[in-house]
Design a protein around this ligand. Sequence first.
Ligand code: NI
Length: 352
Amino acid sequence: MKIIDSILTDAASIAAIRKDIHAHPELCFQEVRTADVVAQQLTDWGIPIHRGMGTTGVIGIVHGRDGGACGRAVGLRADIDALPMQEFNTFAHASKHQGKMHACGHDGHTAMLLAAAKHFSKHRDFDGTVYLIFQPAEEGGGGAREMIKDGMFEKFPMQAVFGMHNWPGLEVGKFALSAGPVMASSNEFKITIHGKGSHAALPHNGIDPVPVACQMVQAFQTIISRNKKPLDAGVISVTMIHTGEATNVVPDVCEMQGTVRTFSVEVLDLIEQRMREVAQHTCAAFGATCSFEFERNYPPTVNHAAETAFAQGVMASVVGEANVVEQEPTMGAEDFSYMLQAVPGAYCFMGN
Ligand code: NI
């Protein structure tokens, strides 16, 4: 029996699980009910579980026909958390939790990995062990990092790890997968410019932080166009500027925040250093001062060549070679990057 036919026999019950999870979305590290649903299903199918890794993470352990004796192991990962946004759909399985929604499709990821679990529980026609990794808090919480900190790869050693995301815009029935960087590092900055307030009609008595901020925003884009190599990808977006409370008062403080995205740590190092220099020297030029905070969140997601080729082969055997396409990198971010820093593997997109 082909894998896809085995999984299709359970399609209705798996869809029901997805709708149940969709109706009960939970945010970062609060996925208690979701973890319960996952744990119950795995247990019902005779799959031993380990709970509590990364707070609400669940790991299912499936040994092959050799009982795992050969020592080879792979991990398959699904993220299980939802987003803090209101659902306006009206179908029966719409979110029952005010202000929370499975808008990124992690309900689908969870159900898909459960479908794989159910298949494995019935067909242990492989050697070694498959670890089913149900990971919390992908949406900004770094759940992957927390599971690794809790010793996931020491407790459950594996030679490779694989993850996927549904991808709107990619045709249903297609996989997209490529070696190298596929998602960006995600980082946040906060710059507080300290000037000196004055009456707006007497600006010479103060130090206006507004023109300082304007200069800085313009200068930051020259880091992208003049400092990094043209072929290296990088984004600086100033997304918040907060200052002032009256039309006739020069404010004394201006606060700017935003995000930086890169595909490599080297480019990130360069951008952070140049932003710091531009911020401090621009302030100095105008007689202002500033504090510069830069926080690195998720690292870039970089697919390993051998595991990527392996996964492409498996996908081709399921959906045909023509339906396994190049993965266009995106400047979005993904905490599966932490797992790929620890263990070789690959992260793909699936048409949705
Ligand atoms: Ni997502």
